[in-house]
Write a protein that binds this ligand. Structure first.
Ligand SMILES: [Zn+2]
Length: 373
């Protein structure tokens, strides 16, 4: 059986004892401290103006000295600590990359208590290993794990993360077997909707689920509640926890919706064409900002790509060019502003929903490009 070339993550709920929970909490705390210290070190070097800062490798080489000086770090798995420095390095690499590209990214930030949620064992087997219904974590213990679905492929890394409703293990696997779906002989184009989630070239409209709105209201309410509570009070702590739960809830709803929508598209089509949207650019455009970030298009794209790859289907992105302006009936260019929801062609008389017209153009442009290659 052939394998999917990317990674697949499996997420399982952990049921730690209070002592294990405390141990994970302490590990998180130490990882965050290390992160902030290493960031401080890089910043100091940088500010000295020599135009360089310690590399990840140099910082990792200092870990043994750090452990000798502060024994509490010796109580954290060595590879977990190395991974903290790698995370910091990744955020610096991203910062440099964006600076080079002429953007103005923010300098990597110090992480407060609420902004550091996870730590990673970068090598499965080295400190973290499954043993039946138990996840064995070095320096923490044997934690019962709820395997609600079986793990496939070869486990590579284990990330322990604290979420609003408890602790989770995310196990990233390589070599996950593909699950090909039968070809249907159908192709379609999809366009990101402004009012709806997406529209296909065949006129299928996928609405944003109504429960998103309810969840949003819940979040707004929770936000207000937090703002009203006195800083440092017990009530505030509770309100913050409630808000975190509301966020987690909407995050999961959205993920579930994206999975279901992607699966439906991949089942019904062999090739799915879409526009190569620069989501970052679009979010900067105020008109589109709300609906695009709302819809989480980037996350959906990633899920769709992944599902298609696993099923032996294809997702092809085409450059965005006049897809919403051109008439899908006669190719006449019909300029329209974003507020115009309906495409009305003065040349051939075609009247059609704006997004559906665009989806048809995307399908055609994609097929034309494919014919050329
Ligand atoms: Zn026309």
């Amino acid at each position: 059986m052939s394998e999917y070339s990317g990674r697949k993550s499996y997420r399982y709920k952990l049921t730690p004892t209070p002592a294990q929970e405390q141990a994970m909490e302490t590990t998180l705390w130490r990882c965050r401290t290390l992160y902030n210290c290493a960031l401080e070190q890089r910043k100091t070097w940088w500010d000295r103006g020599e135009g360089k800062s310690p590399t990840c490798y140099q910082q990792q080489a200092e870990l043994p000295d750090l452990k000798a000086a502060c024994s509490e770090f010796a109580e954290v798995n060595a590879q977990v600590l190395q991974d903290v420095l790698k995370r910091l390095d990744r955020s610096f690499q991203a910062f440099f990359r964006r600076t080079k590209a002429g953007e103005k990214p923010g300098y990597p930030r110090f992480h407060g208590r609420d902004r550091y949620h996870s730590f990673t064992y970068p090598q499965y087997g080295g400190g973290a290993v499954m043993d039946g219904g138990v996840l064995n974590l070095s320096k923490i213990g044997r934690i019962p794990i709820r395997l609600h679905r079986p793990l496939q492929g070869t486990p590579k890394t284990v990330t322990i993360s604290r979420e609003a409703d408890g602790w989770y293990a995310v196990i990233s696997c390589a070599g996950v077997p593909m699950q090909p779906l039968l070809p249907t002989g159908r192709e379609t184009g999809i366009d990101v909707g402004l009012k709806v989630f997406l529209v296909t070239a065949h006129g299928l409209v996928i609405e944003n689920p109504r429960h998103f709105r309810n969840s949003e209201r819940r979040i707004a309410k929770a936000d207000k509640h937090v703002a009203r509570c006195q800083k440092g009070s017990k009530g505030r702590k509770k309100a913050v926890a409630r808000r975190a739960k509301a966020y987690q809830h909407v995050k999961r709803q959205r993920l579930d919706f994206h999975h279901k929508t992607a699966l439906m598209l991949v089942r019904e089509n062999d090739v799915i064409y879409l526009e190569d949207l620069q989501v970052a650019n679009m979010v900067r455009n105020r008109h589109l900002a709300k609906s695009i970030s709302d819809a989480g298009w980037a996350q959906f794209r990633a899920i769709l790509d992944y599902k298609a790859a696993c099923a032996g289907k294809r997702v092809l992105a085409i450059p965005a060019q006049y897809t919403s302006q051109d008439c899908s009936g006669c190719e006449e260019r019909v300029p329209k502003s974003l507020s115009v929801r309906t495409h009305v062609c003065p040349a051939c008389g075609l009247v059609m929903d704006r997004d559906e017209n665009a989806a048809i153009n995307i399908l055609r442009a994609g097929q034309a490009r494919r014919a050329l290659t």
